[in-house]
Design a protein around this ligand. Sequence first.
Ligand SMILES: Nc1ncnc2c1ncn2[C@@H]1O[C@H](COP(=O)(O)OP(=O)(O)OP(=O)(O)O)[C@@H](O)[C@H]1O
Length: 321
Amino acid sequence: MQPGPDTLRLVGDVGGTNARFALLDDFGHLQAARTLPTADHADLAAAVQAYLAPLGTPPLREAAIAIANPIEGDELRMTNSPWRFSIEATRQQLGLRRLCMLNDFEALALAVPALSGAQLEQLGGGSAVEGAPKVLIGPGTGLGMASLVRGHDGRWVAVPGEGGHATAAPTCEREADILRVLWRQLDHVSIERVVSGMGLENLYRAIATLDGVPVQPLGAAEVSRQALAHGDAQCVEALQRFCALLGSAAGNLALTLGAHGGVYVGGGIVPRLGPYFAASPFRGAFEAKGRYRDYLSRIPTFVIRAEEPALLGAAQALERS
Ligand SMILES: Nc1ncnc2c1ncn2[C@@H]1O[C@H](COP(=O)(O)OP(=O)(O)OP(=O)(O)O)[C@@H](O)[C@H]1O
């Protein structure tokens, strides 16, 4: 069913690479979902207008946009894109009565309690404790993180964070060597610098440097394509290290929040790795916390396989606000 003009509501999920939009019908279902390249548009208002144009530019009343950034005040400046805009000016430009902006992993967290069956693929053992905190982590252009805690009224509260910008820590000599290469190049080596699209590229380059082989100008998609095809040895190692570092960061997050409700892996990269990810060092690295191995082995880890989960979370935010 197409939404009527009186009820037209938009949801969005904007990352450093992809800006996804959909309209919400009267039943809260997503309609006309489409992904636009973030870099093709000057700012949020321009991207929304480009999305609406082929639909006959229907008048919008309300929108909830999840974005890969902290929301602090009216001025929004994206970390992994040149976008910079005022939320209030965007609301006025789009003629909206209400524009709700939230962090993309906060939106993803809001969607998690409703996911079930094939929308969640469990990796390894453990089982979720009813009502216990859940955490989310997901590499895309950047590395998103958030947590989800249940309030006394039984409602889940999504807590956005910027854990992707916490400091990357090595767990073995080889990772220390890789980080040593990156420490020479970057002011601060955050987890995002090794666990994201850019991170996969950084890992590949650092490994090629350590191995003394020519560094090819490979993008993240090409590194993972080579790795999945068992091609270039440095690409193979880069993807293995990427999965291990993601597992280790997920384990840190689970320990920090006491996430007995489970760890949920989102973002654009892991779903593109197919069955490789389940067989990767992710879960082993997640559990490899010395005296806390047993604790972590009881916490389940899931890959989010749902279509456009952050858009569903943005729709939830619109309902709630
Ligand atoms: N097959 C692949 N393997 C690994 N990385 C890939 C692959 N395809 C694309 N990427 C990388 O994934 C990233 C884009 O991820 P995603 O689709 O989640 O975008 P996004 O939502 O805009 O990101 P974010 O929300 O983190 O800003 C880019 O860095 C890109 O290079």
